[in-house]
Ligand binder design. Sequence first.
Ligand SMILES: [Zn+2]
Length: 174
Amino acid sequence: MLIIFLVVLGTSIWVYIDARNIGVKKGQLKGVADMGPIGWLAVCLGLWIVGFPYYLLVRSQYKKLNPPRPAIQPLAVGSHVATDANSSPLPPVSLAPDFDDQLRKLAKLKEEGIVTEKEFIQEKKRILGLKQSAIRAPEVVPCAKCGERLRLNEVERHEWRYECPFCKEWSNIS
Ligand SMILES: [Zn+2]
């Protein structure tokens, strides 16, 4: 009896967390499934034998209604180039010219004597540092092979390739 209780409790809490992660909200589905995470939690706790299977059934509909967050969506759909600029906080390539432009302006300021040699070196280092970090791969990407969300380390971000810990495949980030 205790085990059944724990299973019901555990899976109900999972439903609640999962529904929140997906972004389930009231008003997204018609009929009985028109519930938010709290509603699903209540239904699973109250009438688990119906509520839990029903949640699993409508889960994919919820997922379609609530696409993953933009930061990982571009790679997931395989067309990151077009949408990158809107969705990623640091588009890797398109920011680079800005930094070059900043460096050029800075050099001009030094020529004109507005910034000192010391300030120039400091500022140049800062801009180059920003440029360096901007051309790294995103911190979190979906695996190109299995789709699992991966958190990349510095080396992987720098080299734009990673070994997926889930499917053990090497992939290049394009
Ligand atoms: Zn993988």
